[in-house]
Design a protein around this ligand. Sequence first.
Ligand code: GCW
Length: 809
Amino acid sequence: MDLFGKVIALGSSPIEQSAVQELQSSIARPASVDSARVLAPWHKDSLTVVGTAEEVRKAHPAVPVPAGLAPSEYWIWDNGSDEHRLTVVAGGDERGALYGAFALLRYPLEGMTDPPEKLLGLHASPLRSKPAMPIRWVDEWDNADGTVTRGYDGRSIFFEGGKVRDDLSAVTEYSRLLASVGINGCNVNNVNDAAPFLTPDMIKGLARIADAMRPWGVRLAISVDIASPQKVGGLKTFDPLDPDVKAWWAAKVNEIYQQIPDFAGVTVKADSEGQPGPASYGRSPADAANVLANALAPHGGVVLYRAFVYNNHLDYNDLNADRARAAYDIFHPLDGKFAPNVIIQIKYGPIDFQAEEPVSPLFAGLHKTGEAMELEITQEYLGQQRHLVFLAPLWKEKLDFDLRAENRATPVKEIIEGKTFNRPLGGVIGVSCVGRDGWLGAPLAMANLYAFGRLAWNPNLSAEQIAAEWTKQTISANPEVVATVDKMLMQSWPTYVHYTGFLGTQTLTDITGSHYGPNIEASERNGWGQWHRDDAKGIGMDRSVATGTGFSGQYPPEVARMYESQTNTPDSLLLFFHHVPWTWKLHSGKTVIQYVYDSHYEGADEAAQLGNEWATLKGKIDSQLYEDERARLEYQAGHAIVWRDAIVQYFRKETGIPDAHGRAGHYPGRLEAEDARLSGYKVSDITPWENASGGKAVACELNSAQKTCTAEWTYTGHAGRFNIAVQYFDLPGGVAHFTLGINGTGVVSWAADARLPSDHAGDSSTRFTARGPDGRGIELKPGDVLRVEGAPDGKDLVALDYIEIERAE
Ligand code: GCW
């Protein structure tokens, strides 16, 4: 059955063919049953045409296509006839027609109501929309060897073994995904180590990637290493002002355009985290950006120069040192010095994609330069797709933030749209880092890629609306399902913030390693500048002008005044801007330390609640998706407890201030592995200590006669039904097996086969909860012997932290 009747393209471009293909295959989509219900009258003897406005005017002169459709804009109309329905998808250009086709597919689902007839109004009210900003790109951090930096789902879809892959079918599929939400550019390689991408062979390969993307209106961009003239070209220098260097770049760019005529441009990370840059020659970022911009300008290409430039060897003992200042200090003085086709790509916050940080003041600091906001779709600091975190609410907070530049309303979204300071070029970039095992590695994480595209198209959409659109198209249009999934998505970011960093300390993860589990001291006493400066008396970075680093003075006056004062700074950012005693009273009336306890207990409960919400969907959605996400949420709830306990026990020890509600440091029902009767297991100290309950754990050290290690405890509590949680470390390098037994009989066995980022305790700590065969708990009485038996495998030493006995509800 065709939803749209006969579908034809009016032009011959591959982009229009893609649009036709999408409309024709729409019935195969998961939500198509609902679409069919809504669109049923259309498929009788109807015709759908796709083309540019000009093509439509020529082929169907009676159709009232509006004049002046902008590039990428679409207009969708029908002739109102049930018998001979003509539907027109017209674009300001071919891309517009393609985006229109996807919008038409979304149309019945976007605002689906009961009865659905309400929506059938394309004749009276055609759909018309255009993107808010011209640059809507994803950046991938793929390396030539096929790895993906900060990617969490397998190897590169583009590269392998130093070359472009032969099979680029995944690139086609990815481009299709991108086009479906209006993304028009894709930078395919990591900003670090970009030199290998400018060799003649690689450029040939890149041209094949561009060919795969082109039918979907996605233009290829690459990251370049500013030292390429030397590294690739063999010149003695890469000084951007050297005439040979300029000539080298011009020739290289010509070589690229000969093979990729619609090449979008380049992204640059320079003088940052070990990457070479113009500073080596005393030149500025403007000097470096402009040499590339001049080479690209004749071809219509752009330079995305990243403002992520900072010194990662700061002196921790210098109370004035502040990484947050770097971007503004470096780029604000250069405003007006950049070529017109240079866009400064600014991470949303002044540090680095943290779960909570203020918006970068640099957005208000460039009035004569194009600006793009860099977001991160891959959840590097936000749970790496192993935790459910829907990012649209975080992004919206940044996009909607009113910086009050020139003391007027200047929301960040309007700055990057180019409206505020009248800049023709601007946009938003999402660091995506997809991999070939399944894009982002978790089905619900795809909502973030979707949300990114939708916000790039229209930053005024609400996070709730985007969540609902995505759920309807991807999971089910059943209103009950939509309401539940949306509630979960909307709650997920605040939940993650509640059990990780707090009040603007940033994520408090292992910042020099995996960026995944808790590691509070990892941010301190090193040159990286992600400090939170805690001690027994207080916590927070003083970034005020009066007594601190002066960072708050980089904001326009009204915002600067807010952040300058401890009392006016919102609680959520207090410790980003101020150093306060642990007993400082927040606006809520709570002390900082009590907030730490409360928010972490609440956060872990909220994480568990996500799982409970999902459980209500059983039988209402695809069963494989149900089970997959159920297991993920169970893992997340366990890891949220690891986070909670790490933060709570660390700061309780440091401050010596008890939890007013008596939870911190008291774990009723918890039996530590180090206190068990052990056979084969040896006790060891864990680093950092807060990553294990009581700072210790046990790992299996087998002698030759043994195959397994065991830990035993005698139960001394009341008789009743209980859930028994086993907290263990699922180490990489083997699949170990555990068995939980009672009085010598095995109750349940499971494999430690999770894919987790590292063998660090906080990264690998995992919880398995036994709930009994009927899910109603396990019977226990005083004197019962509980036993965990672990069979190690390879490097997985069945390491164990504790068991916890919780009354079954
Ligand atoms: O967040 C950090 C990442 C680096 C990354 C860098 C950047 C590509 O940990 O892996 O490098 O940001 O944005 O340049």
